[in-house]
Design a protein around this ligand. Structure first.
Ligand SMILES: [Zn+2]
Length: 466
């Protein structure tokens, strides 16, 4: 028989069977066979000879829609994702008001525009939001959430909600999640704002707009690192994890964007003490240091020093840190850069460079095995966010989200190469070795030979539980 698609004679990396040379067939969007090399025939054949075939990368941490609206971001950023082998993203969304009233419109904006599949994680900002959890989980197919410790005391001002997001709010949040019948995930932004606010002397960084801060032209990136020290992240992560553990919810607790080596070390210590937790770091914490950063790299938490970077790589390799997420924001130079570090906006685009960076500076640099790279860029995210084994695996019955990579292909990053909305990349000029030749979304080739051939609207919302 002829299959819809055959990816022929590549070295297939699977979390179940290990690494083997094989043909992979897809029919009706799912993997239908994994067979001896050069044994399958297809209506469409992708020759992967000499290359590796990985499950499509999953970026579980994006912020589409913050700067330009969801319609625009979904289209441009998921297009760019295909260049970098990303076939699923998780997007954080938060808004005051009842999600029951908001989400129909939001789903509609997504549906017409994504090139690949997506799921949402909702930020809860009030006790009213906590009360909506059963509705969100049972009616909207959204089973993941975010608790922003950085908005403690700030939520009433920032969002106009009647809530300071103190620990009693967090306690209700975690207890309600723990009481649901379906598996849920809580993304947790670790930050002790009583410490960071005091160190920052009232200066506000938590903004997605530039142009509203006092300017001191002499200040460089290092002031952010001084005002957001690693220990304020570490202490907050441990406190949040302990609360989750008290409600038997530690298995579903996911520490986002770990920037400090010490936080990763404490995550390891908690695991050794019997906690089951998920931990995520971002590519920028692995591949940049404070000295290399300027306003373009402004992000919260900030990029730290070489020791932190070294520890994060070690903790990624040894199994402590499970996932890579990017904290992707689609802003343009115009909206990103203000007059100095304080005046610039938070976040930068980075989903499409996630997999190439991990292949280049992880696998090709000898820090990670290829199998571990697949776990941290795909399989573990699928497990943490309740998408496995539909996503994150190459096995019969899984969605045929595949990326064929040439581990020897070296490219220099430019915004044009990445084909997203942004007119800059924090990695501009950097050489990375290990790029996709083909990105396949549910059995259809969506990117090949540098060209996007998928269509906006090809992606669908991933209703959970799967
Ligand atoms: Zn984020």
């Amino acid at each position: 028989m002829s299959h819809d698609l055959v990816v022929r004679n590549g070295t297939v990396v699977t979390p179940d069977q290990g690494t083997l040379r094989a043909d992979v067939a897809a029919d009706d969007g799912v993997v239908s066979a994994i067979a001896r090399p050069n044994s399958l025939t297809g209506d469409r054949v992708v020759d992967a000879t000499g290359n590796h075939v990985l499950p499509g990368a999953i970026d579980p941490h994006t912020h589409h829609g913050i700067y330009r609206g969801l319609e625009a971001d979904a289209e441009s950023e998921s297009r760019s994702d295909l260049v970098g082998g990303v076939t699923t993203i998780g997007n954080y969304f938060r808004r005051p008001g009842a999600y029951a009233d908001i989400m129909d419109g939001y789903f509609a904006e997504a549906e017409a525009n994504y090139y690949h599949d997506y799921f949402f994680s909702l930020g809860l900002l009030s006790f009213e939001h906590v009360e909506e959890i059963p509705y969100i989980v049972n009616e909207l197919g959204i089973t993941s959430f975010k608790w922003y410790m950085n908005y403690k005391y700030a939520a009433a001002d920032k969002f106009g909600v009647d809530c300071d997001m103190l620990d009693d709010f967090g306690d209700a949040f975690v207890r309600t999640l723990a009481a649901q019948d379906v598996p849920t995930t809580l993304g947790y932004h670790s930050e002790n704002v009583e410490i960071t606010n005091a160190l920052a002397g009232g200066n506000v960084y938590v903004t997605s707009e530039s142009g509203d801060a006092e300017v001191d032209a002499d200040e460089g990136y290092e002031v952010m690192v001084e005002e957001f020290p690693g220990y304020a992240e570490t202490q907050s992560m441990v406190a949040g994890a302990a609360l989750a553990k008290c409600h038997d919810y530690d298995e579903n607790f996911y520490a986002v964007h770990i920037s400090s080596g010490r936080t990763a070390d404490e995550l390891a210590a908690l695991r050794a003490a019997g906690y089951r937790l998920w931990g995520e770091t971002c590519p920028h914490y692995l591949t940049l240091t404070t000295e290399e950063c300027d306003e373009r790299m402004k992000v919260n938490p900030p990029v730290r020093g070489g020791d932190d970077q070294e520890t994060l790589w070690k903790r990624l390799a040894d199994g402590t840190i499970d996932c890579i997420g990017t904290d992707h924001c689609a802003n343009l130079t115009e909206t990103k850069l203000g007059d100095g570090i304080r005046d610039s906006a938070l976040g930068f685009p980075s989903s499409s460079t996630m997999l190439p960076l991990i292949l280049s500076e992880g696998v090709n640099a000898g820090r990670l095995s290829l199998e571990r790279a697949v776990e941290v860029t795909s399989t573990n995210a699928a497990k943490a966010w309740n998408l496995y084994p539909k996503k994150g695996a190459i096995r019969v019955g899984s969605d045929a989200d595949l990326v064929v990579v040439d581990l020897d292909d070296t490219r220099t990053v430019t915004p044009e190469l990445l084909q997203g909305a942004a007119d800059y990349s924090i990695y501009e000029g950097r050489e990375m070795t290990g790029w996709p030749t083909h990105t396949i979304v549910r059995g259809r080739v969506a990117f090949e030979d540098g060209e996007i051939v998928g269509e906006p609207g090809d992606g669908t919302h991933l209703d959970r539980p799967i």
